[in-house]
Design a protein around this ligand. Structure first.
Ligand code: NAP
Length: 281
């Protein structure tokens, strides 16, 4: 899809890059010539991923332990990165969420999700942005959101709230930092199978008899390469005039929720006989 040197010479930090979608995006960036830094809380996971990705792509990967909820730890991480050269691109991908009735959430549970997604993304973005602005250097921030940032999300409300906040940050700073040559973009993915998301968000009792594909007009979940390619285009110089934008990649899932108080998604499977029955009424 792309020239293999699309991201040559770019130094990119992916938060939560040791697993799941962050790892898949990182692999694509390496294939396109980038140098990678990945961070997360579990150093052993990061080190194993760094080793595997380097072996698979021949690229350079630096694993750094960092809890993005901790502003001091984020500053220390950025100092360590900048010691060996500036970043060009930041990907805010780290997240944590779980299904729960919102009225039963403890303050600690709410703070935990907001801490990783809202505060963590803000700390990382400001830490990188300040360094770019002080050096008079351009930069790019890509934030991985979720459909809930645009629609709201029952039973994962803190995540939807936090990601909506990150979208507001993306739009605010796209304007504020535009004159400095810094772009901010976002992606709102629909369902892309990862062990992390599936364990937390697709328990058997939720999916039993109702496979997730049934809620998606294109009738399939996303493939990691599809997201990784979009994430590559958006941070590349080819997308140099796009800023403040959020791209939805969801097989049409977001568009099937509406419609007169009925379960529109289930209507996708109605037979001609069912439609004929409706017309008779
Ligand atoms: P995942 O594998 O669980 O990825 C989450 C990553 O974030 C992990 O590597 C985790 O590493 C890291 N992380 C969590 N808390 C952290 C903290 N405090 N500091 C630093 N790193 C932290 O799940 P995923 O499915 O790939 O999700 C990746 C992104 O895509 C998330 O932003 C998610 O909201 C978004 N998304 C995913 C889907 C989907 O269907 N998969 C759909 C919509 C949006 P440690 O635990 O080692 O810290």
């Amino acid at each position: 899809m792309f020239q293999t040197d699309l991201l040559k010479g770019k130094r990119i930090l992916i938060t939560g890059g040791g697993t799941g979608l962050g790892r898949s995006i990182g692999k694509r960036y390496l294939e396109l010539g980038a140098e990678l830094v990945i961070c997360g809380r579990r150093l052993e996971v990061l080190e194993a991923t760094a080793k595997e990705l380097s072996q698979e792509t021949g690229g350079k990967v630096m694993p750094l332990q960092c809890d993005v909820r901790d502003a001091d730890a984020v500053e220390q991480m950025m100092n360590r990165i900048w010691e060996s050269g500036p970043l060009d691109i930041l990907v805010n991908n780290a997240a944590g969420t779980f299904l729960a009735q919102t009225h039963k959430l403890s303050p600690r549970a709410i703070d935990s999700v907001l801490g990783i997604v809202l505060h963590g993304s803000a700390y990382c973005t400001v830490a990188a942005g300040r360094r770019w602005i002080e050096a008079g250097q351009p930069g790019c921030v890509l934030s991985i959101l979720t459909l809930g940032a645009l629609t709201g999300a029952p039973f994962t409300a803190p995540s939807a709230m936090a990601k909506a906040g990150v979208l507001a940050m993306t739009r605010s700073l796209a304007a504020e930092w535009g004159p400095k040559g810094i772009r901010l973009v976002a992606i709102a993915p629909g369902p892309f199978p990862t062990p992390g998301a599936w364990e937390r968000l697709m328990p058997e009792q939720k999916t039993k008899g109702d496979p997730v594909e049934k809620t998606i007009p294109l009738r399939r979940v996303g493939q990691h390469e599809e997201l990784a390619n979009l994430a590559s285009f958006l941070v590349s110089d080819q997308a140099g005039y796009i800023t403040g934008e959020c791209v939805v990649i969801d097989g049409g899932k977001m568009l099937i929720g509406g419609g007169g108080g009925v379960n529109t998604a289930s209507m996708l499977d109605w037979t001609d006989a069912q439609w004929a029955e409706l017309r008779k009424k």
